[in-house]
Design a protein around this ligand. Structure first.
Ligand SMILES: [Zn+2]
Length: 158
């Protein structure tokens, strides 16, 4: 699987991260299936208030509203535009998923919520402008696998 990260989405994330400082922020990521096994991140939600210095747990309700708005905007074309996964920041740590992150993601794809797979994107701002990422794919009954993240130099409008 490959994930495309367009410049405008990247810049928006960077803005939020600059504002949050050393607090962890995050939310859900919404994607477009470009071709088989290739997804573009087209939007994301962000919760700037629940995170602490070393922990982020998202508020489910706030983000499900963001997803509802996204479906409306994209004409309820669920096959093409859908929930892609989760993102949060590790301002003070490496971008590798923590044990808590791994467990939360495994719970998410365990079958109870109807989520078949989910991507976890972890971001870190280095030297105030350079972004570092890790992306992992979680599929029910499988171990998480790292996935390729490609910076896409185009401005996607949705
Ligand atoms: Zn984390």
């Amino acid at each position: 699987m490959q994930i495309l990260l367009p410049t405008d989405v990247l810049n928006k994330m960077r803005c939020h991260m600059l504002r949050a400082g050393r607090r962890e922020i995050g939310g859900i990521i919404m994607g477009e299936e470009v071709e088989d096994q290739k997804f573009r991140i087209v939007d994301f939600s962000v919760d700037c208030s629940s995170g602490s210095h070393s922990n982020f747990v998202r508020d489910a309700e706030q983000h499900s509203q963001a997803l509802t708005d996204f479906f409306e905007r994209t004409g309820a074309d669920y096959r093409r535009y859908n929930y892609l996964g989760e993102w949060h920041t590790h301002p003070s740590y490496e971008v590798q998923p923590s044990l808590q992150d791994l467990n939360a993601m495994k719970d998410l794809v365990d079958g109870s919520g109807g989520v078949e797979f989910a991507v976890l994107l972890i971001a870190r701002l280095k030297w105030c402008s350079q972004l570092e990422f890790s992306a992992s794919l979680f599929v029910r009954d499988y171990e998480p696998t790292p996935i390729g993240l490609v910076h896409e130099k185009l401005i996607a409008r949705y």
